[in-house]
Design a protein around this ligand. Structure first.
Ligand code: ADP
Length: 620
């Protein structure tokens, strides 16, 4: 298990002003939805026009129908008010539907894009990032955007359109009154920018806090995490850590909602005071017969219609800025370089012979950090079994990871059949390599699905042959559901040895030209160990195998033992040669391997090493 370092993204950029928001890029996500967007705009215009009609109908009632005691006109106008209200409602429903289509569509695209990008990220990204944090980005952030996309966008459009139309109508009715009502507008707009910026920062902060919290839960509430928490008696301190993080989240969200509340209250006050001014000034005009009563009433109705959208627009500005923060966070993620990808013109390696060469390879995990591999020169001939041996932390795993190009060397190159790995396509490379890591990972799915992951088009028979070769077929057959048994956290629990054999069956099914195997360091009972040994024997045949060896039996069979220490190849040769040299290998052998030598190697049972790292604590 390795420690992660704190992710270096999440702060940075964002958080400044309106101008820093990548509007064009955000707009790009809406481009595929131009048609429904046009529909939204159309329905908004229609809705706003319908909104204009009502005050005019009211004016007709006050100025014409009532003074003339015209019952027919009165009924007609009242009926029209009802009709326009119904029409507005229908337009609203249509608009809601279109909004949802756009919103959900953008979400759909973003989630896909995120996942597509994440899957291609280098291994280093996953070792350095908390799983919960990744989840939070894909889930919480994308979901929060839903609100922006379906509400904010449509609302701002609607409000802008209705403000324009309403103001124009007000000027047409009476320009002095219109001017008077507009005087109050700057009061809305000035504080908007300030609050918008504050909210932008606060929203970003609370998203980060939420991500922290998810990561903490992800870590501690998993099986391995909770085991550690319980056995180290850390329940109380973990609860305290959680509460502290949770409090930070609450405080950030409280501040965020307070900013909005305070702002909203101010807007409400201004919008209720507005009509009083119109009634005062308009009332005087009516008294002087300069204006009809109906016009004043219609005017206040328009004013009411105007303040709604203006204050909403001010709030929407706040929302837009906050949502832009979410987009920025997602972009930071999407902009993380993929690093390892196909070079233009990369070739298909085809079926390889399996010669691997390391040429003066230097590698380190962090630029400027300490070299983990320093000047590795190593040639592995096709079909060879190479055992990598060395103290823990020497760089064996790292070395093995360079072959499937999980990392690229910083200096030097790794070649496969003479091709620099960087010149071949990743998919063709991975088609030739099978990797069995120390910790076997099985998906929460049936055993069949887990096995077929290696070769989806394998026949039932091929799958069973592989399972037999890995000595796991009989055990699977013995399960009530056989190959359909679901494994994983919520399914059937396999023992460590069984899992390893599944992993071996999986790689046997893949039948790669090159095998990279990290022999597990966890102790297995002698029964499991015997099966695994038996499964390994044929696996090495006919392919190039690079094994991070912990079993004496593997080491003794190796064509070449490569001893790594401090990122260098310090010794190379066969068991006999290296033992005779009396160097590091001889020492390691004496310390770790010698007492695995229970029987004769190769007799199928004897040298069934107990695990290297627990050598001495022998069972069986
Ligand atoms: P071995 O397999 O021989 O035990 P590794 O290749 O796992 O050694 O590790 C070699 C060195 O690289 C160790 O010092 C280890 O701490 C460091 N290391 C391994 N993986 C990472 C990683 N993802 N990020 C940073 N350092 C790492």
């Amino acid at each position: 298990m390795r420690y992660y370092t704190a992710p270096d993204w999440g702060e940075g950029k964002g958080g400044r002003g309106f101008r820093d928001v990548p509007w064009r890029r955000i707009a790009g996500y809406f481009r595929p939805y131009a048609l429904p967007l046009a529909g939204v705009i159309g329905s908004i215009v229609l809705g706003s026009l319908l909104g204009l009609v009502q005050p005019l109908l009211i004016r007709g009632i006050i100025d014409r129908a009532i003074p003339r005691r015209d019952m027919v006109l009165l009924s007609e106008l009242a009926g029209l008010i009802v009709a326009t209200a119904l029409a507005s409602a229908a337009v609203g429903v249509l608009q809601g539907y279109l909004n949802a289509r756009i919103g959900q569509g953008v979400m759909f695209d973003l989630r896909n894009q995120m996942y597509r990008h994440l899957v291609r990220m280098p291994l280093q990204f996953f070792t350095n990032t908390k799983t919960g944090e990744i989840m939070s980005r894909v889930n919480n952030d994308v979901n929060s955007l839903q609100m922006v996309v379906s509400d904010t966008v449509a609302n701002s459009l609607r409000n802008v359109i209705s403000v324009v139309i309403t103001v124009a109508t007000m000027f047409a009715l009476n320009w002095q009154l219109a001017l008077l009502s507009l005087v109050i507008l700057p009061l809305f707009i000035v504080p908007t920018r300030r609050v918008g910026r504050m909210n932008y920062d606060l929203r970003k902060r609370s998203q980060e806090k939420l991500a922290d919290l998810s990561a903490l839960m992800q870590e501690t509430l998993g099986v391995s995490g909770i085991l550690l928490v319980k056995t180290f008696n850390k329940e109380r301190s973990e609860v305290e850590r959680f509460e502290a993080k949770n409090r930070e989240l609450m405080e950030a969200q409280m501040r965020q909602s307070l900013v909005g509340r305070w702002f909203f209250m101010m807007l409400t006050t201004i919008s209720t005071a507005g009509p009083a001014i119109i009634y005062w000034y308009g009332g005087r005009l009516v008294m002087g017969d300069a204006m009809t009563l109906g016009t004043v009433v219609a005017f206040t109705a328009y004013l009411g219609q105007l303040y709604g959208p203006v204050s909403a627009l001010a709030n929407i500005h706040v929302n837009v800025m906050g949502s832009a923060a979410l987009f920025s966070r997602l972009f930071e993620y999407l902009d993380k370089p993929v690093e390892i990808e196909d070079r233009p013109g990369a070739v298909d390696v085809g079926r390889v012979r399996g010669q691997i060469q390391f040429e003066n390879v230097y590698f380190r995990y962090r630029p400027g950090g300490e070299w983990v591999l320093r000047g590795i020169d190593l040639t592995i001939e096709p079909g060879q079994l190479v055992a990598l041996v060395g103290p823990s932390g020497a760089g064996k795993t790292t070395l093995s990871y360079l072959i499937p190009r999980l990392y690229d060397p910083e200096v030097g190159r790794v070649t496969l059949d003479g091709h620099d790995l960087r010149d071949v396509t990743l998919s063709s490379l991975h088609g030739q390599i099978g990797v069995v890591t120390q910790e076997t990972f099985l998906f929460h799915a049936s055993l069949r699905d887990n096995l077929l992951y290696a070769k989806p088009d394998a026949t039932e028979e091929e799958m069973e042959v592989a399972a037999k070769a890995a000595y796991i077929h009989d055990m699977i057959q013995g399960l009530p559901d056989g190959y359909d048994t679901v494994v994983g956290e919520r399914g059937y629990k396999l023992s460590g040895g069984e899992k390893q054999r599944i992993a071996l069956a999986r790689v046997i099914l893949k039948n790669p030209r090159i095998l990279i195997l990290d022999e597990a360091t966890s102790a297995l009972d002698s029964h499991s160990e015997r099966y695994i040994q038996a499964a390994l024997q044929p696996l090495f045949q006919g392919r190039t195998s690079i094994v991070i060896a912990h079993r004496l039996s593997t080491i003794l069979r190796a064509d070449q033992i490569v001893v790594i220490d401090g990122g260098r190849v310090v010794e190379k040769g066969t068991h006999r040669e290296l033992l005779a040299r009396g160097g590091l290998y001889a020492r390691l052998y004496a310390e770790q391997f010698a007492d695995q030598e229970v029987g004769r190697p190769g007799d199928g049972q004897g040298a069934l090493g107990r695990d290297l790292n627990v050598a001495g604590g022998g069972r069986g």
